[in-house]
Write a protein that binds this ligand. Structure first.
Ligand code: RFL
Length: 406
């Protein structure tokens, strides 16, 4: 729903684009716009320090790294990211290396999301002189179906409501933002999927215990190991939906990780203090179209992909580059082709990644489903990756998001 601007407002500002949210999507859009000399402002409810330290993703696909670098946003990433060429599956007490680089000639990059966000904030605000307002409150969207669209917010320091009239609103405020909810019921379709399971997402102050990402497929449930830095490792443990992290004290976590990642010849897990422990219920949604009037959704605001396949941030960047370029083409050349095709172009990759996430969920969660039939087909799916080069190549392409077209 949209609301009329508050009567007790500061004088209205006129801006070309208001970007709501300073996550990977919003910051990438804003950087593209700044580079094209398009006027914009970014509104963010949290502080700069908070967004620069919020731990989340780590895996970035090669095409996304290439795009970031081409746009002058990937210098630190190129210098500091880890380059991965293979991953390892552990099941039935054995280790199976999956060399996706050999199959596709492509890599995965591991670069923690807080570092990418820090790079993008610095480039936008400090280098390109962009306007970004942290700590705003009560963001409201107005008149989205008119050519007088606006975004207003409360400045907590002055208590005044600011109104920003604009040509476009980029809704980049993630899964729990306000922009998606500003669309009246019935104007877009929201498709949802619930996996009926959850992951305990852990960050451990411990060095990685493998030189690559490890997926443990075990009758007790899935377990994952992902390096984040030489000192910090992300782990996942499948758990019941709605589980309480307090049910997972230090010893239980490490016992269960050791059990689910156990395999002949595997190095011992390096144990460390758990600095993050959150239960993530696994669910997805997709908003279609990702456009309503002057509002263009990007990233998690428009589609959520459970972190099963490590795709959400990659999709956020994909949307952001398309949206930034489309708005820039409109402003510079009155070319509206990009804006008209925006939602369609985003959603093709989104649906492809959602499908892969479902496929991967079958592999990861089937063995622990309690259904022996599902357990059997899940293991067959997994073994096929190591017996059929054709199956392995198709999997590698989806794992890396490297298909030539979607
Ligand atoms: P974000 O990152 O949530 O940023 C949204 C920003 O909007 C702000 N905000 C508002 N601002 C103004 N007004 C409001 N009303 C607002 N409401 C919210 C928020 O404070 C925030 O700063 O969304 P964005 O930019 O779309 O980026 C999406 C990614 O963050 C997300 O998809 C990934 O983190 C998902 N994900 C992964 N993706 C990958 O591609 N590779 C991975 O390896 C990967 N690992 C993960 C993940 C997500 C995880 N969690 C916690 C769900 C691992 C985990 C554990």
């Amino acid at each position: 729903m949209t609301h009329p601007p508050h009567s007790n407002s500061a004088p209205e500002e006129r801006r070309t684009v208001v970007v709501v949210g300073a996550g990977p999507a919003g910051l990438a859009v804003a950087n593209v716009l700044r580079a094209a000399d398009v006027d914009c402002v970014v509104l963010e409810t949290e502080s700069r320090q908070f967004v620069e330290s919020r731990p989340r993703a780590g895996v970035i696909e090669e095409w996304a790294v290439r795009e970031l670098r081409q746009r002058g946003l990937g210098e630190n990433l190129a210098a500091r990211a880890q380059l991965h060429t293979e991953c390892e599956f552990r099941f039935a007490g054995e280790r199976f290396r999956f060399d996706y680089h050999e199959l596709t000639a492509q890599h995965h990059y591991v670069y923690p999301q807080p570092l990418l966000v820090t790079d993008l904030v610095r480039e936008y605000a400090d280098v390109r002189g962009g306007d970004i307002r942290f700590g705003v409150r009560e963001v409201v969207l107005h008149d989205l179906e008119t050519d007088r669209a606006a975004v207003s917010y409360l400045d907590p320091e002055t208590g005044r409501r600011h109104v920003l009239r604009c040509e476009f609103v980029a809704g980049c405020d993630g899964a729990r933002g306000v922009t998606r909810d500003a669309i009246p019921a019935g104007r877009v379709r929201v498709s949802r999927h619930d996996y009926g399971t959850a992951w305990l997402a852990l960050l451990a102050e411990a060095p990685p215990s493998s030189d690559c990402v490890v997926f443990g497929v075990h009758p007790n449930g899935f377990a994952g190991h992902m390096a984040r830095s030489p000192e910090v490792t992300r782990y996942y443990l499948q758990c019941p939906p709605g589980d309480d992290p307090e049910n997972w004290p230090h010893d239980r976590v490490w016992d269960e990780l050791r059990e689910r990642l156990r395999a002949a010849g595997a190095p011992q897990l390096a144990e460390g203090r758990l600095i993050e422990k959150r239960v993530l219920d696994m669910h997805d949604y997709v908003v279609e179209p990702m456009v309503y009037g002057r509002l263009f959704l990007a990233g998690d605001a428009g589609h959520l992909t459970a972190p099963i396949a490590a795709k959400g941030m990659n999709l956020a960047l994909h949307d952001a580059f398309l949206l930034g370029d489309a708005i820039a083409a409109h402003v510079a050349k009155d070319d509206d082709e990009g804006l008209a095709g925006y939602s369609h172009a985003c959603l093709r990759r989104v649906w492809d990644y959602q499908e892969f996430s479902q496929f991967l969920s079958g592999i990861y969660h089937g063995t622990a489903s309690g259904d022996p039939f599902l357990a059997g087909t899940s293991l067959a799916r997994l073994r096929r990756l190591f017996t059929s080069r054709a199956a392995a190549t198709a999997f590698a392409e989806q794992y890396l998001g490297s298909a030539p077209a979607f």
